[in-house]
Ligand binder design. Structure first.
Ligand code: CAO
Length: 439
């Protein structure tokens, strides 16, 4: 083994430059071009690469030293077995000039990475706890990579290097930023409003308790409801529809429907009215593309309905509602509800929905705010109808009318408030005039 000396190569028109980082340790095996030091002039900074492969025996410089061409950097033991052709010593002078001409370095850009506890000021990237736990290490990266990281506000202490000796390259920073941006954006709420962990309370300390496992449906729908709730900014528009005439018509049709074995419920008429409104306001029959760049408008009309089953909530979908009459819709509703309660729904029965109706009218309540079944952009909540005294301008008298409360929740990223009010106004007009509804 021969011990050799490594010197600072030609670094151009600089009398001396400062050593700002030492990237090697005694005992390190190095390869040609592995960066050993970072030096800084008043114009730029650059890495000093290793000329050969070998093992570092002694380091002859320290951070803060001034060095120039010919200064001794280190002693190393050159690999005797190595058959490599020594790499051409890079033209350090040219590299410094290139960097200086390309990068207008501000004085602050030469400041080493902030310690892990200091957050980057520019566009901070949310940092997970697991990443924080890995902080405190020294990161190895070239000046241009450091500059790239600083421009993005990335703290290199959190980036894993993929190059030899865990050196960080541009691709690592890009991958880090991509990964961080794809995480749920709860940090964006500001630390003071970020969700905190649910306390683990021993309820038995306050009285007798019973623990039951959540049904599979509840676990799945719970995760979906939570995602939809935090993803789509919900607005709920309320309105009332006068369904006195519609209800009289429904009852008059019931006998005929019964003959066909169909229960003609209000929900079938609601579906018809909703599709009419979806056609008038196509933005409600859309989905936002996953990248948030486009709106996908659908030219088909499949309407889902929330169905209460002993195992939890499911949403079967009535297909092609536009092409069906109310009896056909009622028939589909009956079949799908039965399948849901008998746990016989297939995937296809629950796919392809454009819009959802959640009807609690058979149970009770005056109004509620349904959660959108994303990626749909709106859902209609229907509550229990009741007789109410409604003032009639024509007769200047109050008349008893059957009033149906409607609650339309929509995704405010896609639907404006004015359109929300237009949609429910259209719906109430449809429901109040059965002739228009069935045209
Ligand atoms: N106002 C007053 N009465 C109503 C009504 C309304 N808005 N809607 C239905 N009713 C009546 C019906 O006329 C029926 O009365 P009769 O038995 O005297 O004919 C009774 O309530 C029961 O109706 P139904 O439940 O059989 O039929 P439906 O079409 O109204 O509802 C379905 C079907 C599947 C939607 C319903 O059974 C259901 O599961 N609802 C719960 C949905 C739910 O859980 N939503 C919450 C989801 S969270 O957002």
């Amino acid at each position: 083994m021969a011990t050799e000396e490594i010197f600072i190569p030609d670094i151009g028109n600089f009398d001396s430059v400062d050593v700002i980082e030492i990237l090697i340790n005694i005992g390190d095996s190095i390869n040609p071009d592995d960066p050993m030091l970072t030096v800084e002039s008043d114009k730029a900074s650059m890495d000093i690469p290793a000329p050969h492969s070998g093992v570092i025996k002694e380091i002859k410089v320290r951070v803060g030293d001034k060095v120039k061409q010919g200064s001794l950097v280190a002693l190393f033991e050159k690999n005797q077995t190595s058959t490599e052709t020594p790499k051409k010593q890079p033209n350090a002078k040219k590299e410094v000039e290139d960097i200086a001409s390309k990068v207008a370095l501000e004085p602050t850009s030469l400041v080493p990475e902030p310690p892990a506890t200091i957050k980057p000021i520019e566009r901070p990237i949310p940092i997970s706890e697991s990443v924080l736990a890995a902080s405190g290490k020294t990161s190895h990266a070239s000046p241009s990579v450091r500059k790239f990281a600083r421009n993005l506000g990335v703290n290199l202490n959190f980036v894993k290097g993929s190059a030899p000796k865990n050196r960080i390259v541009t691709e690592d920073i890009e991958a880090y930023v991509k990964a961080e941006l794809s995480k749920p954006r709860t940090d964006d709420m500001g630390t003071q409003f970020a969700p905190i962990a649910m306390p683990d309370i021993d309820f038995s300390a306050f009285g007798s308790i019973e623990t039951k496992s959540l049904s599979k449906i509840k676990k799945i729908s719970g995760a979906n409801l939570h995602r939809n709730w935090v993803t789509a900014p919900h607005v709920t528009q309320f309105d009332d529809a006068d369904i006195t005439d519609l209800e009289a018509f429904r009852k008059s049709m019931q006998k005929e429907a019964n003959k066909k074995g169909v229960k003609l419920t209000l929900l079938a008429f609601m579906m018809k009215a909703c599709v009419n409104a979806l056609r008038a306001y196509p933005i409600f029959n859309s989905s936002i593309s996953p990248d948030g760049e486009n709106i996908i408008i659908k030219n088909y009309y499949n309407v889902g309905f929330a169905c209460d089953t002993p195992d939890g909530l499911v949403v079967p979908v009535v297909k092609d509602v536009f092409t069906k009459d109310v009896l056909e819709i009622a028939q589909d509703l009956g079949n799908l509800s039965n399948k849901a309660r008998e746990r016989k729904l297939k995937m296809d029965d629950m796919q392809g929905g454009c819009f959802t109706i959640s009807s609690l009218g058979g149970i009770g309540g005056t109004k509620f705010t349904p959660i959108i079944n994303c990626p749909e952009v709106a859902i209609l909540g229907v509550s229990r109808s009741s007789m109410q005294p409604i003032y009639k301008k024509e007769t200047k008298e109050f008349e008893p009318r059957l009033i149906l409360p409607l609650s339309l929740s929509y995704d405010h990223r896609v639907v404006d408030g004015a359109d929300g009010a237009r949609f429910t106004t259209h719906l109430r007009a449809m429901l109040s005039d059965v002739r228009r509804l069935l045209l």
